[in-house]
Design a protein around this ligand. Structure first.
Ligand code: FPP
Length: 246
């Protein structure tokens, strides 16, 4: 069991994951892409189960981007069905495991019945004290930053805020992730070296870890490898080796 102290710098408090490669995993096995998504859901379940054992306090998963709406209609429908089934089957288990279920993104873009399940899941788990599992649905970091600017501009127009009051902290609090700490570690599966419009504001000082493994193969062992890699990094936050230890 990992040292769960929030001050253990070897364990990332907040891990964000770009879950990529479901389609390629399926193609390589001669299966339809949707089979990759089905296996991907099993990894979501596993990673949420094991993250607290490893000392992770916040887990943020990129489940569906705003751009993903442009995928073929059948694939989008299948993903929405998977999501509905996941919420039906797993919210109770998350609750039993003391997980706080959270979302970021434009939840209003999702089908109404899913919006209702999400609202119920949040309400049910809001007092839990364990892992905060945040799912990004219909998420775009640029849209998130634009929305934050709009919220702040509205307050300035209404005279509640002065332009001089706008600072980085206010911007952070105006994001969907307003109550979460910034990610310490960003993992991307399936080898692509890109961020794909995920948490652009929040990952300024996150350590990046890219694995060749496709998401349906990202088991607990792979998460442990990522955490070990993180533990070996020296985080300087723009300072020098010496000044960052003072
Ligand atoms: C990327 O693989 C994955 C997605 C776009 C969706 C991620 C979804 C899941 C892991 C399952 C659904 C999650 C829940 C919580 C129900 P890709 O299709 O882009 O793969 P490719 O790059 O190999 O084509």
């Amino acid at each position: 069991m990992a040292d769960q102290s929030p001050n253990n710098p070897k364990i990332p408090q907040h891990v964000a994951i770009i879950m990529d490669g479901n389609g390629r995993w399926a193609n390589e096995r001669g299966l339809a892409r949707i089979r990759g998504h089905q296996h991907g859901v099993e990894r979501v379940e596993e990673i949420i189960r094991v993250a607290p054992e490893l000392g992770i306090k916040y887990l943020t998963l990129y489940a569906f981007s705003k751009e993903n709406w442009q995928r073929p209609k059948d694939e989008v429908s299948f993903l929405m069905g998977l999501l509905a089934a996941y919420l039906d089957q797993k919210l109770e288990e998350m609750h039993r495991n003391n997980v706080v279920f959270n979302t970021i993104g434009e939840i209003g873009d999702l089908p109404k019945p899913i919006q209702e399940k999400i609202a119920q899941g949040k309400e049910k788990t809001k007092k839990n004290t364990g892992l905060v599992a945040t799912f990004a649905f219909s998420y775009s970091a640029r849209a998130e930053i634009t929305r934050a600017c709009r919220l702040i501009a509205r307050k300035v127009v209404d005279g509640v805020l002065k332009p001089e009051d706008i600072n980085e902290d206010l911007l952070s609090r105006s994001m969907y992730t307003g109550t979460l700490p910034d990610p310490d570690l960003l993992i991307r599966t399936s080898g692509e070296m890109r961020i794909s419009n995920f948490l652009l504001w929040q990952i300024s000082y996150a350590e990046l870890y890219v694995t060749e493994k496709y998401w349906p193969d990202f088991t607990k062992e792979e998460l442990v490898k990522a955490i070990e890699a993180f533990g070996g990094r020296e985080r300087r936050f723009g300072r020098t080796s010496v000044s960052s230890k003072q």
